[in-house]
Design a protein around this ligand. Sequence first.
Ligand code: F6P
Length: 327
Amino acid sequence: MGKIKKIGVLTSGGDAPGMNAAIRSVVRTCSYYNVECIGVYQGYQGLIEGQFEKLNARSVSNIISRGGTILKSARSLEFKTIEGRKKAFDNFKEEGLDGLIVVGGDGSFTGAMLFQKEHGVPVIGIPGTIDNDIFGSDLTLGYDTAMNTVVDAIDKIRDTASSHNRLFFIEVMGRDAGFIALNTGIAGGAEEILIPEENLGLDRLVESLKVSSRSGKSSSIVVVAEGEKSGKNVFELAEYVEDNFEEYEVKVSVLGHMQRGGSPTVVDRVLASRLGVAAVEGLLDGQSNVMVGVINNKVKRTPLERAIKEHNEIDSELLRVADIMSV
Ligand code: F6P
């Protein structure tokens, strides 16, 4: 592969606050190194359809504070096929691109890896997902912002829950990972936290809520990750608890996609700025097939394959803290 003179950047999969800050960082780093930068719209679908736009340092003015992604995002089914990736490569070549930066989660990185393998295209990933479920980075873009959004919501629900002596089940995002639920549960003072990585069991849940109630609590909050493994959805869980425990009136609040929006926090803006620089410099350095992330507050590169296959473990210390805090 020759010198990198033109880099494409796209955002893919579920959007996350901080993606705009990452685009800004990639574009400005390219500008700093006199490399051309092309924004690809609609994730991989835009690569297949040739939706390109030349971006310069001024095209990304004032987007650092905005949620969502100016390049739009998509989960492209066509890119999952060999033919789709071939079309994407034809456009990539025609546009004269030398490398690609993909901001997204594990599904997006799987696509990047296949694209690299089949067409020898240099690719670098930036972890962007509110779920924080990517190996090779202590934090993913959007996670900190989403947690702050969730805690703000829990605090508000707590006000009304305690005024009415109610038990609330609050469902938060996290299809396969409980990082948002566990941390916001601790920060929001939840009585119980249900995550995909640990199955508390329904009987223990009811028992623990009874203990809380007997200890004089005027409200209870259970934070539930959407992917938790009791086999019941949050409404069924609430019904089960209501049937087995009549002291409290039970309500459900599903926070949903509001968790994916909003202005990114300082943590996400700084993370995005650092990772955008690292991604462009990585390509210029001849790196490929890696993700840039932060580990112990240092920027590190991890092979995409490991980023996809391996998983960050839930910190058992946090589970213990959550348990102690709910006495
Ligand atoms: O992958 C991030 C995530 O926020 C998950 O926690 C959630 O299950 C999913 O996206 C929902 O995404 P969508 O509504 O885009 O399908």
